[in-house]
Design a binder for this molecule. Structure first.
Ligand code: ATP
Length: 355
């Protein structure tokens, strides 16, 4: 079935004074999708969200919601709800009062309000906390009140700006699962802004990587991780070894390159590279093979650093005269500092990128 586009940005730019902070962005967001805008601080994520909600005007371009041109429509008339980073709960209202506030303003019948409040309280698992004030709730519970207060209005689109960033790690992980569960259950389109790659990777259907006011790559989490299209994306998402290389020979779907002091490898390459062209190779640390025994066509080095992180161990391997290679292993760490080792790159996992 054809997916329906619910939010459409068409050639949208935004300038504050003479500074253009959003540069001609076009983006289709589908109905029921969990789309994340991910990028470093100041890249323009919040500005994009504010233009969708109507809190900021666009400088040029169009914003469509559900096929209607909303570009010049007031924020209050858009079927969009925003959860801000600071949650903005009313401190002198209880959970129930906070959640019912929007419907009361809309003069919805009291019995109907009570019914819907009960429903959403169950949905976000806040039973027993109905009569507490925000100051009597934990960070995660306050988060749930903010979510309940938004979803009770049945928005077509829910915009979430760095919503989980103030929570501690464990709670953040729990809320990531909760948010995704809720989103799938309700079928509301979520547009989520974050600079935290783990949140983006774990919750999203698709991620738009934003850099300096433009979209670098728009894809599923796994494609973004496995097939970054630019160095910025490769470096921003996950850990990566980024290695200088030079093309020696060009085949049909393969190129022969030299890297790390004349080490030669064949790699798959769809895009067109030319002989003698300089390029960068991206290799994820978990795709580097490492052994104390000599590996055919391996590169000799020594262990320079070891970082244990519970489920995996990160090693830095020093290759004389070249950069350190990051390696990630899951099995028990059998290495110590200064161990002599061999590393090897599997050609299937080397991503060639233009400089
Ligand atoms: P963060 O993750 O730090 O919140 P962001 O990616 O959400 O950052 P924005 O808040 O969208 O970034 O800001 C993008 C750029 O626009 C920044 O350089 C910021 O300084 C600038 N900017 C945002 N709002 C205004 C404003 N009202 N006036 C002038 N410049 C602004």
């Amino acid at each position: 079935m054809e997916k329906k586009v619910l939010v459409k940005l068409e050639n949208v730019s935004k300038s504050f004074g003479s500074v253009e902070v959003i540069k001609n962005i076009s983006l289709d967001i589908y109905e029921g999708e969990f789309l994340t805008l991910l990028g470093p601080s100041g890249c323009g994520k919040t500005t994009i969200l504010r233009m969708i909600s109507g809190l900021d005007d666009v400088t040029t371009g169009k914003v469509y919601i559900d096929d209607k041109d909303m570009t010049n429509v007031d924020a209050t008339k858009r079927e969009v709800n925003t959860i801000f980073q600071n949650l903005a709960l009313f401190p002198k209202m209880t959970t129930k009062e906070n959640i019912s506030f929007g419907l009361k303003m809309k003069k919805v019948d009291k019995a109907e309000i009570d019914k819907r409040v009960d429903e959403v309280i169950k949905l976000v698992k806040l039973q027993g906390f109905e009569d507490r004030y925000p100051s009597e709730l934990s960070g995660g519970q306050q988060q749930r009140v903010a979510i309940a207060r938004s979803i009770i209005m049945n928005p077509k689109v829910l915009l979430l700006d760095e919503s989980l960033c103030s929570l501690d790690l464990k709670l953040k992980k729990d809320m990531q699962i909760e948010l995704k569960r809720l989103q799938k259950k309700l079928g509301i389109t979520f547009i989520y802004v974050t600079h935290a790659q783990d949140e983006a990777l774990s919750m999203s259907d698709r991620i738009a990587i934003i850099n300096n006011g433009a979209i670098e790559q728009l894809d599923t989490p796994s494609n973004i991780y496995k097939y970054p299209k630019t160095l910025f994306v490769a470096d921003f998402i996950g850990e990566a070894n980024i290695i200088n290389a030079k093309v020696l020979e060009v085949g049909d779907n393969e190129i022969k390159v030299s890297m790390l002091q004349d080490h030669v490898v064949d790699i798959k390459a769809d895009s067109i590279f030319e002989k003698n062209q300089e390029l960068k190779l991206v290799i994820r640390p978990e795709n580097v093979r490492i052994s104390k025994n000599e590996l055919a066509n391996g590169i000799k080095g020594s262990i320079n650093d070891i970082t244990y992180s519970g489920d995996s161990t990160k090693l830095l391997v020093n290759i004389p005269g070249s950069i350190d290679i990051k390696v990630c292993i899951n099995d028990d760490n059998k290495y110590v500092y200064n161990d002599e080792v061999y590393v090897k790159f599997d050609s299937n996992y080397i991503i060639p990128l233009r400089k």
